[in-house]
Design a protein around this ligand. Sequence first.
Ligand SMILES: [Zn+2]
Length: 329
Amino acid sequence: MTDTQHLKERCDLRLLVEQDLGPAPLRGGRAYLWKCPFHNEHKGFSLAVWANGYRCFGACDTSGDALDWLMNYRRLSFIEALRVLGEPVENFSPAERKCLKSPAEPPEWDWQHAAERIVSQAEETLWSEAGEPALNYLTGRGLTTRTIRAARLGYVPGDFREWRTLEGMDVPCGITIPWFAADALWAVKVRRAYGTPKYQQVKGGNANGLYGANHLAEHEIALFCEGEFDTLLASQEAGSLAAAVALSSATTMLNTRWYAELTHCHTILVAYDRDAAGEKGAKRLLSLSPRFRSIQLPYGKDITEYHLQGGDVYTWIERALQEREVLEQ
Ligand SMILES: [Zn+2]
């Protein structure tokens, strides 16, 4: 037991927690303060962490030392936790800061209101006769009408090169994908029928949202996908297992606003494409915290292709999570 005691004493728990929860949003004296991940705290910073222990002064009143943290938060076994305590952690934070952007803010309210009206109009069009080609495209990607409605997808008809002026804003023609998160409309992306880039967006939107972020509160497992349609499909097929989310592109950096929303997630799976952009983006996310873990599809270039070729998205994610548990035992 003296070895265990020794390992605990030479470990600064604040650095360990920083690995998991990111830089402390508040510091007071010797304690660093975070949102408490054990009771999924949204307001306030009840988790106080000292060099040798932690305690939640909020709803759950949980407390412990470095070993408890590793076992309760990272869900490691006793032996695994001891091994982590033996490893140096001090070089972690600088790398992490390089891989996170400062917090993002949604666009102004005026923009959001006008954009929401565009979203509603486009939605109506999608479910009218004029929307048939777009609806066929979406269902052809494996999305159910329920998913399409819940995501509030829409359609602005017209040639793929055209832009329309709606509500005084420039809107590209194609399938509209609203980015709602944290009570705001961050952007309206548009998937065009042809042309490069395939995706445009209604002018004035902010590309630093996190698609699907609203599901995070209900889950302790997150799944980073590439692209909105893959995210919707993953959510449709395996929404009970994990909150599927997406950044604007594989190489978009996560910002601290969304990193904070991931505080309570003990596992964050990264299912990026196996191309250069996907690998770069995944590597960046994995460097943030040991909670991030890459998962590969058994076949297919992305989640949609896998699903359309008969792959079972639910089982794929379930297995990935089980493998994790086996490793930890
Ligand atoms: Zn708590």
